[in-house]
Design a protein around this ligand. Sequence first.
Ligand SMILES: *Cc1c(COP(=O)(O)O)cnc(C)c1O
Length: 383
Amino acid sequence: MSIGKGIPFLDLITPHRELEAELMDAVRGVITSAMFIGGPAVQGFEREFAEFCQTKYCVAVNTGTDALRFALMAAGIGRGDIVVTVPNTFAATVEAIVQVGAIPLFVDVDPETSNMSIGALRAHLQAHAGEQIKAIMPVHLYGQMCDMDAIMALAQEYGLMVFEDACQAHGSEYFSKRENRWLKAGSIGKAAAFSFYPGKNLGACGEGGAITTDDETLAQRVRMIRDHGQNKKYHHLIEGYNGRLDALQAAILRIKLPHLQEWNEKRRKAAELYNQLLKEVGGIKTPSEHKWSRGVYHLYVVRVKERDELQRHLNEMKIGTGLHYPIPLHLQKAYGHLGYSQGDFPVTELLAGEILSLPMFPHIQKHEQEQVVEALAIKAILQ
Ligand SMILES: *Cc1c(COP(=O)(O)O)cnc(C)c1O
């Protein structure tokens, strides 16, 4: 069988080639105006992204990690406070919690969705009642929504704030029975964080991030925190940071944002095709999606027993794959001080050994997906 030219895990070239003329114009506009920090590009993007997320406010910052950090800080979460989250996420979720002085309390994930387990959350909140728990940080991993009605109900019961890590979920939707309508990721909790790292569903040509919220006071505080704690030049009301989104990235994001919905739909179509094609292949578990979730497939992650072998095989066939994430955060050296050990989160640990992210991007072609599935099928037969 011919290997062909291979299939990348992610194609960042094609979308930029398609928009090249507009992107160059936007970049030229910022350079000729010399408004590099703040200004109309940043304000315009904030307005448009808030509208996309159906929130009142969006504050653009320099990374998704700072978006998480600044949201917690602005809400007054700090030293000694406990924030409940999952070990099955990217390190940034926990960095943000630890770096504001708070303590992450992990709960395991659901084996079907890979997202925060509601049963585990409830059990932990009961077991730790009376402790300094202040917030829950659910992560909409792979662009699939967490069960937000249940999380919001528990937050209400225990008087906690909810911060959505929506860094992989630009445009994901959740059907809320409480509100009887579809809600956008980033519009449900007290505030949410988005990342515009180039590989995300909406990516900058560099670093970028944003906080969305309906809370005016929180939005104002984040605006100060990202700008050295100033509300006016040289009037530092609080200790802040240099965490602004620069105007070049904002201008670029404004060109891409109008395409996001279409790109997300293409990802959903590609996911459907994978689901269909992979039905024929034994031993591969495709991602499941609840009726209440309309995910945006930032990643398409299957589960297989002989994962490492299969990944090696795909690699030999020049098919790009990824592992999101191979080592759960509670087992990372950097978080040894939290005192967790192997066996504490069995579902997360099981997933870490079985997950495999297949090529997924809006411009992936049907024949490329067929090639991926064929490569998987050959291996399955040989086993
Ligand atoms: C990408 C990502 C982040 C961090 O975003 P950066 O912009 O890279 O700082 C945080 N959480 C999750 C789940 C992510 O995927």
